[in-house]
Design a protein around this ligand. Structure first.
Ligand code: F0G
Length: 459
């Protein structure tokens, strides 16, 4: 049941089909290049795009902009201690700032980092240290139809195989991403978290939890893990996070803020080292690249994120959206994850081969058809991987309503009806860093043989 109402609204507009077609062409068939004003329902990301509460807006006004010793930082420290159970906090401008600070501190050239699945900025930051990011998902993570409760789990079997191959001394870092964003937002069980902790101890590695969506993960645990059937989301969150040596956090997700992030730890030595690196890259350690007001808003958001009335509604809304799409015959990854519905573009557009990016073709058609923006997470975003061709429709927090989701479902149905007319895409230009390709590459439609023949005939 929704436990909030609107106090401020923002106008949105659906450009004409002609305008959308032109915008798509000008964007190089990459939805990241579209102007937000040209998007009707924006499901590109759940990161920093949600609505803040009146308490968060009030905290903004009271933000303390002192360079050092800001009272807004005190609020953040106490929120992190209460909600997540860690005493030492290094604020950063957003999650990837925290990744730079922590992974830059923990990794050296030639190291290997293990993760249930590296999110793209995580992968890039590990690689940026000259280290090798290796994914250890469980096999069902990439099966869009497997009906299992914790498909986000970390595969210890796979991790052990990697350690046997490269040697434990090359693996100083084990990361657990909850929920597992790159595996369709699937949750990770507390039982799996305990086993990863033990494994990290065995190989003498630092155990980091990427806690971006820790509250959503905890809500799934209360519903799906018997041991926690009577626990609150807040209790599960503390229990699960408490197994880590350190957290990396993007406040733009379960911090319910528009910007912000941090590293948290109880390890005094690690804290000091992170602080030094943070001064270099982020800012003084009581503001870390944020305005004091943003630190304050994130502190309030962290507490709201574990309120049952908020987080239960949150994962129910996403689940209902997924159920509506499935009922309309759109192939979706199941079970539905915490922050997004993932469309199975491979199943939806089987005529487009992987090297012509069926997921990206679907992203483009959703925009052309209904001004809906999603993001490809298949062979365009992850070259040379064996992942399914997924398109993520991420749901910003506390932002959209039933009518918006009805529109998205109608849009997807219309695309499904025209699927035989759709063509694949080819890359026109791409950036130097392959891990970040999908943010800025440009593409163009591959003319189908039928179209080419027709053109030829007219010459
Ligand atoms: N880790 C995970 C699991 C993430 O999903 C993200 C961001 C980050 C780290 C980096 O955080 O954006 O604050 O720098 N994910 C966004 C997304 C961008 O759309 O999934 P950030």
């Amino acid at each position: 049941m929704v436990a909030y109402k609107s106090k401020v609204v923002e106008r949105i507009r659906l450009p004409s089909r002609e305008q959308r077609t032109r915008a798509l062409d000008e964007a190089g068939y990459n939805a990241f290049n579209l102007a937000a004003d040209d998007v009707f329902v924006d499901l590109l990301t759940d990161s920093g795009t949600g609505a803040m509460s009146d308490d968060q807006w009030a905290a903004l006004l009271r933000g303390d902009e002192a360079y050092a010793g800001s009272s807004s930082f005190d609020r953040l420290e106490s929120a992190v201690a209460d909600v997540m159970g860690f005493e030492r906090v290094v604020p950063t401008h957003q999650g990837r700032g925290a990744e730079n600070v922590l992974y830059g501190t923990l990794l050296s050239e030639g190291d290997v980092a293990l993760n249930n699945t590296h999110f793209d900025t995580t992968r890039a930051h590990v690689a940026n240290q000259g280290a090798d990011p290796v994914d250890c998902p469980i096999p069902s993570a990439h099966d869009p139809d497997a009906d299992e409760p914790f498909k986000g789990n970390f595969s210890l079997e796979r991790a052990r195989a990697v350690v046997d191959e490269v040697g434990a001394e090359r693996v100083p870092l084990v990361i657990l991403t909850i929920t597992n964003n790159s595996a369709a937002g699937q949750p990770v069980s507390v039982e799996n978290t305990r086993r990863v902790r033990k494994f990290a101890d065995e190989i003498d590695a630092t155990f980091v939890i990427d806690a971006c969506r820790f509250a959503e993960n905890a809500a799934f645990v209360t519903r799906r893990e018997d041991e926690f059937a009577d626990a609150t989301v807040a209790e599960v969150a503390r229990e699960q996070l408490g197994h880590a040596d350190a957290l990396v956090m993007s406040g733009k997700k379960d911090g319910l803020a528009n910007v912000g992030g941090f590293v948290a730890t109880d390890d005094e030595d690690l804290f000091e080292r992170c602080k030094q690196r943070a001064i270099l890259y982020e800012g003084f350690p009581t503001y870390g690249g944020m305005a004091g007001r943003d630190v304050a808003a994130m502190a309030v958001g962290l507490r709201e994120a574990v309120e049952e009335s908020y987080v239960e509604d949150r994962i129910d809304q996403v689940r209902e959206f997924g159920a509506m799409l499935a009922a309309a015959g759109i192939p979706v990854y199941t079970p539905i994850g915490g922050h997004a519905v993932y469309l199975d573009a491979g199943a939806m557009l089987p005529a487009i081969p992987a090297d012509e990016f069926p997921g990206q073709a679907l992203v483009c058609e959703l925009y052309r058809e209904g001004g809906v923006r999603g993001v490809e997470l298949g062979s365009f975003a992850f070259p040379d991987s064996d992942r399914p061709e997924l398109v993520r429709l991420a749901v910003p927090r506390r932002t959209y309503h039933r009518e918006h989701f009805d529109h998205v479902v109608e849009t997807a149905e219309a695309v499904l009806e025209r699927r035989d007319e759709l063509s694949g895409l080819e890359i026109v230009s791409e950036p130097a860093v392959p891990e970040l390709r999908h943010f800025s590459a440009t593409l163009s439609p591959i003319e189908s043989e039928a179209v080419t023949a027709a053109d030829g005939g007219m010459e």
